[in-house]
Write a protein that binds this ligand. Sequence first.
Ligand code: AMP
Ligand code: MG
Length: 392
Amino acid sequence: MIGILEAIQLVKENSKPLLIETTKPIEKSGSYKLYKDVFSPINMPPFRQSAMDGYALYLHDSLSYNLVGEIKAGDSHQPILKKGEAVRIFTGAPIPDTANAVMMQEKVLVKGSQITLESQININHNIRPIGEQVKKGELALKKETKLTPAAIGYLCSLGINNVSVFKKPNIAIVTTGNELVEAGEALDYGKIYESNSKMLQNALYNLKCYDVSIHKVEDDYDKTLSKLNEVINENDLVIISGGISVGDYDFVGKALEELKVEALFYKVKQKPGKPLFFGEKNDSLVFALPGNPAAALTCFYIYVYIALQKMMDNPDVELPRIKAKSASKFIKNGDRPQFLKAIYNDGEVSVLEGQSSAMLQTFAISNAFVYMSEDLSNIEIGDTVEVVLLPV
Ligand code: AMP
Ligand code: MG
């Protein structure tokens, strides 16, 4: 059995960025990072564009101009203006070649085909020049830029519809347990509804990992062996729930050994989540989480989270930890360090009743863990405690 810090360190050391290229349609590239520099295929804007609804002018000394036509957004005709002439123009419309300023309509008096400006304007005013944002062939976005909605909008404006990005891990969740039935099915005596797969799947979706498959195996050694063999070969990360403890029907440990998954650690001195396994085979990482739902999710946030962030090459690999004032008392049993389900709000934190590793009822309303180290035996109201903020 190892300590929490040592276990976290082993996860950090053994999880690496994937550095694999994949292509995504632009609308599905959100939160991915660019694998390569992107160069602009066009000038943006592609033509001299009006930034206002108003009048495009071929400037001269007088404030009066002859109105000779109209251009709206999307038009492609190009009237040729002489000095002292103007066209009505609208935002986004192409500016005639000889026009050299646009006056906003609020500052123009119109009388028939004569317009008069309120005041003189500077050359190029309200004209977006060709390639103002980026020129054809120039660097549009650098390699490793994270594709935010704005970045996606920008690439779309350049006509780009597929992007080369760093692959995110594909992940298999495997649940074990003869007692588990699917929500929607009848709950016969002795059975419980399966909760861990969809819970973990959603925790992964929250981290913007969407390539997730769910698998179920009974408590049967051969079936466990063949399922784990299959998913370890096909995924970058395998998260197993249950069957890793010491019961007669816990077959995960034995199967992982048979499959020659190298154990980086098994069992962590902590509560909940003592029977936690982390290992590696070829380029795949394997976590076997305890089946108790609250323990499984706690281990996900403290350990699997780090592996995922490292695989996606994100800078903040651990959940944020802060200090807060305790608004509740707690007495710890035993000497294992503990992650306590809690509610944090504005510098204050309350530990919830119901800390059993089977209890999701309290987890469902918590947004933080209070971390109690080995040497801490109780918390009093007003004590400063360490808090792990959960991504809720
Ligand atoms: P295990 O780690 O397999 O010994 O399971 C520990 C406890 O967690 C048992 O009470 C199981 O019934 C429960 N459990 C295991 N897997 C799940 C799951 N996927 N959904 C809900 N409860 C589970
Ligand atoms: Mg089990």
